[in-house]
Design a protein around this ligand. Structure first.
Ligand code: SMG
Ligand code: MG
Length: 369
């Protein structure tokens, strides 16, 4: 396939509620939407780099730079016959997985459209609907948290993840567990703890949590394995796993018992699938993480989460949990059994609403051959 047109848009969407984590609070979600055209088809991608280097070192500004100056020119050169070609083209560049993944998503969309099959099918997925939960940010206090969690349970979510940080951990978990004894509950620290101050992490071991996500630094597999040895509860790694090699090494040293797979964090759907395959072979459950995506990124997450190893509920919530109006239709809705349907139309299977996209665009650039 010859790609002859690439458009980048930096967009900003207002969240229905602020989202607070151990690294800060977001009121708006920034990301880059990519459009690729080839052979009369249009593919869409979403690069999840946000406003500040909080979750990852990448930001919309670094991704814009790396995409426009390096990755996009490499894609516009010659034909792309298969998705693996992208890895070869970008192989000489280091890092920037979120930028890479945005471009790769649009290519996967184009290849699935060419084959006239849903992206999920092209990836090898066959679950029609995937189990999902909701990720709840840090709230004003434990009472508000109980209330917010209660509202999501009433909406039908049967798995809830709460964000924690030092000083806002045991108390919140105790409160939520006390209010909802049977809830599937898990926590995410976004690497806010040091091995030396994990007494509060160890104190979480008695609350029947599904897992404890990324307690320690992203570059700290070794201390995660020391911590996992002290816990009954499974550690799940997010930020620490950037490739299938990291995943293999983490499993070899027992640094975790669960992996959160985010295609963006690992440089795209191909690497995400490779991590899934490794975990399936190793009997390690995985689930699909989220980056507050628009309907474009959410469609892609649902497609990868349809693979058989995604047995734990993902951070893929209904559209109305994030945005009043999305840039893609139809909206994703929660089924009564806490699942969301995987799109069935060819490619990503959503329609991008161009007026709505224009309204949220801050900056736009087009590249043609
Ligand atoms: O998309 O529902 C969602 C958010 C899920 O908590 C979520 N993601 O570390 O897992 C994580 C965070 C990263 C989000 S930073 C924007
Ligand atoms: Mg996380």
């Amino acid at each position: 396939m010859k790609i002859d047109f690439i458009e980048l848009r930096h967009i900003r969407m207002r969240l229905v509620a602020p989202f607070e984590t151990s690294f800060g609070v977001e009121h708006d979600r920034d990301c880059i939407i990519l459009t690729l055209r080839g052979e009369g088809l249009t593919g869409w991608g979403e690069c999840a780099a946000g406003m500040s280097p909080g979750y990852s070192y990448e930001t919309t500004a670094t991704a814009w730079h790396v995409l426009t100056d390096f990755f996009v020119p490499a894609i516009l050169e010659g034909e792309i016959t298969e998705i693996e070609d992208l890895r070869d083209r970008l192989g000489k560049f280091k890092g920037h997985p979120l930028a890479r993944a945005g471009l790769e998503m649009a290519l996967w969309d184009l290849f699935a459209q060419t084959a006239e099959i849903p992206l999920a099918t092209l990836l090898g997925g066959d679950q029609k609907a995937v189990p999902v939960g909701v990720s709840v940010g840090i709230q004003k206090d434990a009472e508000v948290l109980i209330d917010v969690v209660g509202r999501f349970i009433d909406e039908g979510y049967d798995r809830v993840k709460i964000k924690i940080k030092p000083g806002r951990d045991v108390g919140e978990v105790q409160a939520v567990r006390g209010a909802y004894p049977d809830l599937k509950l898990q926590v995410d620290a976004n690497s806010a703890y040091m091995f030396e101050d994990t007494a509060s992490i160890e104190a979480l071991d008695d609350f029947d949590l599904l897992l404890i996500e990324q307690p320690l630094g992203e570059d700290d597999l070794f201390d995660h394995s020391r911590l996992q040895a002290r816990l009954k509860t499974a550690i799940c790694l997010d930020e620490s796993i950037l490739s299938v090699r990291h995943a293999r090494q983490a499993l070899e040293i027992n640094a975790c018992r669960v992996i959160n797979i985010k295609p963006g964090r690992v440089g795209g759907l191909s690497e995400a699938k490779a991590i899934h395959d490794l975990c399936l072979d190793s009997n390690i459950p995985v689930w699909c993480g989220g980056m507050l995506e628009t309907g474009i990124g959410r469609a892609s997450n649902l497609a990868i989460a349809s693979l058989p190893g995604f047995t734990l509920p993902g951070d893929i919530s209904a559209t109305d949990r994030y945005y009043k109006e999305d840039i893609a239709a139809p909206s994703f809705v929660l089924n009564p059994d806490s699942t969301i349907d995987v799109p069935t139309k060819p490619g990503l299977g959503v329609e991008v609403l161009s007026d709505r996209l224009d309204q949220v665009t801050l900056r736009r650039e087009v590249f043609k051959v």
